[in-house]
Design a protein around this ligand. Sequence first.
Ligand SMILES: Nc1ncnc2c1ncn2[C@@H]1O[C@H](COP(=O)(O)OP(=O)(O)OP(=O)(O)O)[C@@H](O)[C@H]1O
Length: 485
Amino acid sequence: MMDQEYGFVGKKKPSNEPQYYSKLLDSIIQSSYDGIYVADAYGIGWTVNDAYTRITGVRKEELINRDLRSVVNEGIISESVTFKVLKEKKSVTIIQKVKDTEILATGSPVWDDRGAITHVVTNIRDLSDLNFLMEELNTSRAFTEKILAEVDELRQVENTKWLLNGVIAQSKETMKAVSVSQKVAKVDSTVILTGESGVGKEVFANIIHLGSHRADKPHIKVNCGAIPAQLLESELFGYEKGSFTGAEKTGKAGLFEKANEGTIFLDEVGDIPLDLQVKLLRVLQEFEVVRVGGYQPKPIDVRVVAATNRNLEEQVQKGEFREDLFYRLNIVPIHIPSLRERTADIAPLMYYFLNNVNKKYELNKRFQAGVISALESYQWPGNIREMKNVIERVAVTTDHDEIDIYDFPDQFIDNFDPKDQRKKTSYKNKGLKEAIMDVEQEMIKSKIQQGKTTRKAADDLGISQSSLVKKMKKYQLSVDAYIHE
Ligand SMILES: Nc1ncnc2c1ncn2[C@@H]1O[C@H](COP(=O)(O)OP(=O)(O)OP(=O)(O)O)[C@@H](O)[C@H]1O
């Protein structure tokens, strides 16, 4: 059965003769890819394989039956691992020089039944082979690191896309504010966002919080102007039990405490009454809060982002805002321009809000040609908030799908000058190039206004999707605000 298992059936069984094993051992030693050299307990060379000669260039006759001491003395090998093994009575690995080749030599003792060393088997490897492998490993490690860094970068870009998802930034002015916000998000400096009501200061506060290391910690938003002055202190800093009538029995943590480890967004900071401003200044200086009715300061780790639509410098001059608090808040000021100052954002914002309403209410509304340019010249006193609301209102109240300028409230129509519109589309006073560009822009706008995807619009216009996207960029028609399938 065993014979069958091992494939000896019909063949000659291996001999038990010592010569047979000696031959077998020799062929095992010869078949090794590593160099093998065996010496006896006296340091006399016993056998050596061809790989040893291949690696070191030392011929068999220089080693076999020769005392290793003389081999070392003749400088054939730099030092003997065999003698080290014989001395230390254990396996030893050294780096050895054999005829100018650096090799890694591992010597291992062979023991007899009485515990004496009879031979030392030395296994050698060319270090240049190993160095080569090491280099390859390092190269492949460096390559892997590069790939990982690229993956990280891509992930970062993805995160940025996600972060900016829903934030339209087409104009240079808005892009600059976005880029400063993203930079400042990485550090803990106090930021003050300034700009008229409805320009998107809260949107920028979100960019800062979400881009910071505090992104998964609380983001507490306080509209300081909306909370009655007498309540604001206890809202911001909390109160101890029984500190005033109507207070919760257990006391209450303030918004600063709730924002611990995260970000607190102090909207309308210019509305904070003077007496509270002192307390806020202390918090910003010491980073600790004392609850109303309490004495014990509590340390807090909060990043402060403030916003105001007032002119704080003017308020300081009038004595309505503390100068020291102003400088504390004004570490990184970011001004968000009004919509009038960034007209390049108007068209993409309009499409963006109309798309949102269409999706939300399953509508199919689109702007009639001319509506966008009329709205571009509107003054937008209420900024983006006004635009968002008016587009939603017009989209849901009109019966027809094509939104006309006359569907907008009166102040928009008052602003709309049809003669001016005609002038805009009259090419008489223009050069050929300019007139062609105007027609091109008008045609693209009108296709896009029909709510078409860039692919469909490109088909209709008889150009490729990529050249449509290029042209949209050229005419500053936001590409991101449109659908691309
Ligand atoms: N760049 C933008 N892209 C898309 N939507 C925006 C953008 N900026 C603002 N909005 C939208 O406009 C509206 C008003 O923005 P937000 O509340 O941030 O303005 P604000 O400056 O903080 O106003 P206030 O001074 O009154 O607090 C919000 O619905 C917001 O989502």
